[in-house]
Design a protein around this ligand. Sequence first.
Ligand SMILES: Nc1ncnc2c1ncn2[C@@H]1O[C@H](COP(=O)(O)OP(=O)(O)OP(=O)(O)O)[C@@H](O)[C@H]1O
Length: 311
Amino acid sequence: MSTVDHPLVTATGLAKRFGDFEAVRGIDVEVNRGEAFGFLGPNGAGKSSTMRMVAAVSPRTGGDLRVFGLDPDVDGPRIRARLGVCPQQDTLDNELTVRQNLQVYGRYFGLSRARVRERATELLEFAQLTDRADDQVEPLSGGMKRRLTIARSLVNEPDLLLLDEPTTGLDPQARHLLWDRLFRLKQSGVTLIITTHYMDEAEQLCDRLVVMDQGRIAAEGSPAELIGRYSTREVLELRFVPGGQEAVLPDVVDLAERVEVLPDRLLLYTEDGEGALAAAHNRGVRPISSLVRRSSLEDVFLRLTGRSLVD
Ligand SMILES: Nc1ncnc2c1ncn2[C@@H]1O[C@H](COP(=O)(O)OP(=O)(O)OP(=O)(O)O)[C@@H](O)[C@H]1O
């Protein structure tokens, strides 16, 4: 007999209303075991509200939701026991040491003292914090605190880890270190759900993602699928003094499949950025600077919503 591997999370028409305001407006999502699934969208898109419903800490106001096949309205404690949650803000206990932060959390989950000690040692190693184990939390860098928060969320060996904007506020090096840890977790079989407004983070980490905007899902797919569906291979960016780009627009509009006009530049969507740049130059177009780059999820978002991801 074959067993069917049901999705870990299934949302159908899922909605969240706060008074008159609809933060999540009927979304359909399936997250499969073993994948890294992303919610990509700007501030206020409804990502955290969705995560809180999945984490069984905020009841839905419409639609249906199943986590591990269970209804969060009915089986919240059973769901929470199998989840790891890494919130947007670090909620570490500054008066405890690094190791104690892990041990206290382990005791909340009812692990024995011996198991807590063992698990803390494993997690310190995973978080690359073994040499800081007996230090207070406060002087740690932002990246270290994030890694500790993630380690803490793994105390109960969850099947599913929810990460709300895991690298917001970190410097590039700390972000890369954290991505590496999350990649290792995924390799070890943990399912990840990640919210982010960083398109590079979504491209790095997510097998599949939904682009969320104003409480709705604008598109769904792998990063490569979304870029293939909604953008061209390359983008030529032509920068001008603010306002200068409008005058140039008629000279370049036929050089690309699509042109976006931003306050200080034109984005020419084309399969051949260098070719378009040469053609623009031949027509006497003289930008302050130019850049040919690959399309990204930022371009997908711009195409879908007419707005930039970052405020
Ligand atoms: N408890 C609440 N009461 C009223 N409005 C809320 C509440 N929580 C969230 N909202 C509103 O719902 C909308 C979506 O918020 P949410 O936090 O889910 O967005 P987000 O995509 O996670 O953005 P962010 O990155 O800022 O967290 C926002 O307009 C927010 O102000």
